[in-house]
Design a protein around this ligand. Structure first.
Ligand SMILES: Cc1ncc(COP(=O)(O)O)c(C=O)c1O
Length: 480
């Protein structure tokens, strides 16, 4: 819930109380420098014990509810035919109104199964925007991703409420160009992760659906952040203010043939699943599950995860749950804007996204400005964000770098996890860093993996700039 205060500010008011907490640690500046050097300037390789606020991702890091935790106690550990899976099926039928559920251990496992079944060498997958793991699986099976994001999707600051829209004119053109037989499917990502968690509108989804039906092309939705997208439709699209999140979710899902999701985000659990009402699609995918994931009633998830996901499905459509992340992000983004820090607007789902091209414009894309900014932010604050830029792209087949559309430092806001004072702390340290941005320089590779290199690659600073940043932190008694 958002409330307006007498002083004119709008603040998020969380509709829950905190029952269990986890201690975090604030290392001194020398230890933070040692930690980031050992991590190869890659925040993925920092240890939890080195981090004060973990804003790496909202994936699997959200606070579960008491009902989710207690449901985990009744997990039925049958290898086949588990009661826990029956409860997940019931939740999917009630909430998504979908008959068939294929469990998988997480979102990328669904992407693997779907690419394996539907992508042939030389095919294309049309999407509003790619996600790293989605693209990796499509490429592995010989397909290519064609992004048809609406113009404003690639602009960091805008007032367009639906920057995740797919460009309808380009869609008709692409179908004419590639031909139906070459298009594996059309994929709509509900809030586009890599360009700032930006949603698409219901109007846009319906237009895409109409075209997909006309050409008899499968339409699939990545529902990992479905409730955030539905929350933005409710709060930003005319005609939806009085509809419930459940109604909006169901209206969205009626437009598509099949969905998949990482259960680690909107459902605040762990795991993943593919759902459909289409018998034929279901039976094409199902035989792959025992080969790659596990039996068809657990698909690589523990039964505890399945129980928490089933409850999470029912809880995520409560407007206060669906909006809890988005409202905290809204507060964080506006706080940073007021401090002059360049951020992606309008605020999206998932987290706050800092525009590294504006923050450190002196660092060329091939020296990984977003990664350098993420490392620098850790050094000054103990907070861990994530690079979402050129480093998150893999090289092309010839080994050339592929500069990304945007260079972003993503500061994820896991749902129900941080307080407003922690957001204020992170914003304050980022504003300090912005004042000292000239001290941040580029990075170069030490160990570069061939695929999804951002996860485990290691880098070093080009000229030892982190020492100068450390000295600046030490010299400021307010922040050291
Ligand atoms: C939109 C989207 N799709 C797929 C995935 C992959 O899911 P997982 O991390 O569960 O493998 C993610 C994860 O961040 C995501 O944001």
């Amino acid at each position: 819930m958002e409330v307006r205060l007498a002083d004119g500010r709008t603040i998020p008011v969380e509709m829950h109380k905190i029952k269990i907490v986890q201690q975090t640690y604030f290392l001194n500046i020398d230890d933070r420098i040692t930690a980031i050097r050992e991590a190869g300037f890659n925040t993925f390789l920092l240890q939890s014990r080195d981090i004060f606020l973990d804003m790496l991702t909202d994936s699997g890091t959200n606070a579960m509810s008491d009902n989710q935790q207690s449901a985990m106690l009744r997990a039925d550990d049958a290898y086949a035919g588990s009661e826990s899976f029956v409860r997940l099926q019931e939740a999917v039928r009630d909430i998504f109104q979908m008959r068939y559920v294929i469990p998988a251990h997480q979102g990328r496992a669904c992407e693997h199964l779907l690419s394996r079944v539907f992508v042939k060498p030389g095919d294309v997958v049309i999407t509003n925007y790619h996600f790293t793991t989605t693209k990796a699986h499509i490429n592995i099976y010989g397909g290519e991703v064609v992004e048809l994001i609406h113009d404003e999707g690639r602009i960091t600051t805008s007032t367009n409420p639906f920057k995740g829209n797919l460009d309808i004119k380009l869609l008709e053109k692409a179908i004419a160009e590639y031909g139906k037989s070459k298009i594996s499917y059309i994929r709509m990502e509900a809030t586009t992760n890599l360009i700032g968690g930006q949603p698409f509108s219901m109007e846009n989804l319906k237009a895409v659906s109409k075209i997909a039906k006309k050409h008899d092309i499968m339409l699939m939705m990545d529902c990992s952040l479905i409730t955030e997208n539905a929350y933005f439709i409710k709060t930003r699209e005319s005609g939806f203010a009085n509809k419930s999140i459940l109604d909006i979710v169901q209206e969205m899902l009626r437009q598509v043939d099949l969905i998949y999701m990482s259960g680690r985000k909107s459902t605040m659990a762990r795991g993943g699943m593919i759902c459909t009402n289409n018998h034929e699609l279901y039976h094409k995918i199902l035989p792959q599950v025992p080969v790659f994931e596990g039996f068809i009633t657990y698909g690589g998830m523990s039964t505890k995860e399945i129980e928490s996901m089933a409850v999470g499905m029912r809880e995520m459509v409560d407007v206060n749950v669906a909006g809890s992340g988005a409202e905290m992000i809204n507060f964080f983004v506006h706080k940073l804007e007021s401090l002059g820090v360049p951020v992606v607007t309008p605020p999206g789902g998932l987290g706050c996204h800092v525009d590294a091209m504006k923050f450190v414009p002196h660092i060329p894309q091939l020296e990984y400005p977003s990664c350098a900014l993420a490392a620098a932010f850790y050094i000054v604050s103990g907070c861990r964000g994530m690079e979402r830029g050129t480093l998150s792209m893999d090289r092309d087949e010839q080994g050339n770098e592929v500069p990304s559309d945007m260079e972003l430092l993503r500061l994820a806001v896991p749902r129900r996890t941080f307080t407003m004072s922690q957001m204020e702390f992170a914003a304050d340290r980022l504003a300090w860093l912005y004042e000292h941005r000239d001290l941040i320089h580029g990075l170069r590779w030490v160990e570069e993996p061939p695929v999804l290199r951002f996860f485990i690659g290691k880098l070093e600073s080009i000229d030892g700039w982190e020492t100068r940043l450390m000295d600046a932190v030490r010299a400021d008694s307010r922040i050291n």
